[in-house]
Design a protein around this ligand. Structure first.
Ligand code: NAD
Length: 486
């Protein structure tokens, strides 16, 4: 008899807390997005629970900060190795509670390990400067904040749990991670594993449903640096809450409604393929902040590209993410499912044509949150489906007359996270990249992150840059020292 892979979650989930565990007074249900049924339960942390985890992290941080950057880097490399050794287990947890296909989650484990190693490589960037101002000695130190809060969303659970602790730890901080409500399991497992290579309590995890645990972290007096990834509404709320509880440094990685522009001279087959990859249908059912969810096609080639895109999207096989051959799983929960279906209806009502998909996926039964991968064409730039983040498998296609209109429409929304330009005219490519209001631009590409290149949003897509030396230094505060020599 073949074991049920979902039995991997049948255990008691407690939170590692220094050399003890946090049982939590209460628990909440974690659901299976493939059925909507309860999978397991995890602690629903109260403010008091959060306080204990922060206090434990605070106690561990002082000694950690005294280690040299290269010593800290060695520990991060050991954590990266542990993640690679446990790749199958961690990826399976994300596939089960997130509904994401297993191959994509294996990649996420690898990428998290890559980022831990990248930050370890940057150890000597924590060096500060000497500044020749006078006959005295002037230098700067890059010093940690203490306990950093990392609050992350549901869509790349282990990637965020592993990669988003790397910079703050490398910089000498302790980290308390608020695991995503819907997909907390891999973060808890990572914290268990980390006890083998990190000092007890240095990396704490809190879990919880709703705002309580995250808000308690933001408000905590020992937490002065907050790195948030999630929706724009929660991001703004965190900025307000942080301001009410002191002076805190908050960075935000928020949503996107990212344009991909295809000009007539582009390699159209490659562009169409990249448009589908850029939507992240087959990794997260479109639930990625960087998804190029607005396809802006020059009118001269629009029909040809639309046909190529629709053929590929219609061929995406939707089903159980744990079954070999499945390309795309469900969206995360009922709220995200209803939001996607409402967006499709709003597109229809606004005059867009549904070229493939357009509702619940076929052939998956009646349970679970399966949305058919959908292409809406003839979308007007003012339509909600052209302006609002859907965070589901819905691609909106618009047509433009020329370069100027393409950039104008691309920049006309409140978001500014990523953008992509397809053209073989090198001058046009650089001109458009410079003109786009976005923090990250692909020319003749999409989707892929290159660890080490700053990733971050403009406008309502965020504040700050991650995945790079900029992120590492953002987890330090600068101290200037003058040594009087004469
Ligand atoms: P969300 O904002 O609902 O939740 C994110 C996290 O915030 C969760 O852990 C949640 O518990 C916590 N939280 C909720 N209320 C809080 C409060 N009042 N105080 C403190 N913490 C609180 O986001 P989500 O639905 O999990 O994720 C989807 C969003 O994340 C999308 O908008 C997507 O674009 C964005 N996202 C951005 C990036 C990026 O790098 N820019 C990456 C991935 C996802």
């Amino acid at each position: 008899m073949v074991d049920d892979p979902r039995s991997a979650v049948m255990r008691t989930w407690t939170l590692p807390l220094g050399d003890a565990t946090l049982q939590g007074q209460s628990v909440y249900d974690v659901e299976d997005p493939c059925t909507g049924d309860v999978l397991t339960q995890v602690p629903d942390c109260s403010s008091e629970d959060v306080d204990r985890v922060v206090a434990t992290a605070h106690a561990a941080q002082r000694d950690w900060a005294l280690r040299t950057p290269r010593q800290r880097g060695t520990a991060l490399r050991a954590l990266a190795t542990l993640m690679r050794d446990h790749s199958e287990e961690l990826a399976l947890l994300d596939a089960i509670d997130g509904g994401f296909p297993l191959p994509a989650m294996r990649d996420d484990v690898t990428w998290a390990a890559d980022v831990l190693e990248l930050m370890a490589d940057d150890a000597l960037d924590l060096g500060g400067r000497t500044i020749p101002l006078s006959a005295n000695l002037h230098y700067t130190l890059q010093q940690p904040y203490g306990v950093v809060a990392r609050i992350v969303p549901f869509n790349h659970p282990v990637l965020f749990a592993g990669s988003k602790i790397a910079a703050p730890l490398m910089a000498g901080n302790a980290v308390v991670l608020k695991a995503p409500d819907q997909t907390p399991l891999s973060a808890i497992r990572l914290a268990e594993l980390a006890r083998e290579v990190l000092p007890e309590g240095l990396f704490g995890v809190v879990t919880g449903h709703g705002a309580t645990a995250g808000a308690a972290l933001v408000a905590h007096p020992l937490v002065r640096r907050i790195g948030f990834i999630g929706s724009p509404g929660t991001g703004r709320h965190i900025q307000r809450l942080a301001a009410e509880h002191g002076v805190k440094y908050v960075t935000l990685e928020l949503g996107g409604k990212n344009p991909m522009i295809v000009m007539p001279d582009a390699d159209l087959e490659a562009a169409a393929k990249s448009a589908v990859v850029g939507m992240n249908f087959t990794t997260t059912a479109g639930q990625s902040c960087g998804s190029t969810s607005r396809l802006l096609l020059h009118e001269a080639i629009a029909d040809e590209v639309i046909d190529l895109v629709v053929d590929q999207v219609a061929a995406i096989k939707v089903g159980d993410p744990l079954v070999d051959g499945t390309d795309m799983g469900p969206v995360i929960d009922q709220a995200q499912y209803s939001k996607s279906l409402r967006a499709i209806e709003s597109g229809r009502a606004g005059g867009a044509s549904v070229l493939t998909g357009g509702g619940r996926a076929q052939g998956v039964g009646s349970k679970g949150w399966y949305v058919a991968p959908t292409v809406l064409a003839g979308v007007a730039p003012q339509a909600d489906v052209a302006r609002d983040e859907i965070f589901g498998p819905v691609l909106s296609v618009l047509t433009v007359r020329d370069e100027a209109e393409a950039v104008e429409v691309a920049n006309s929304v409140e978001f500014g996270l990523t953008a992509a330009v397809w053209t073989n005219d090198v001058s046009q490519a650089h001109r458009m990249a410079a003109g786009l209001d976005a923090g990250y631009v692909w020319i003749n590409g999409s989707a892929r992150h290159y660890w080490g290149l700053p990733f971050g949003g403009w406008k309502s897509s965020g504040v700050g840059s991650e995945e790079s030396t900029e992120e590492l230094l953002s987890y330090t505060q600068v101290k200037a020292v003058t040594v009087t020599l004469d």
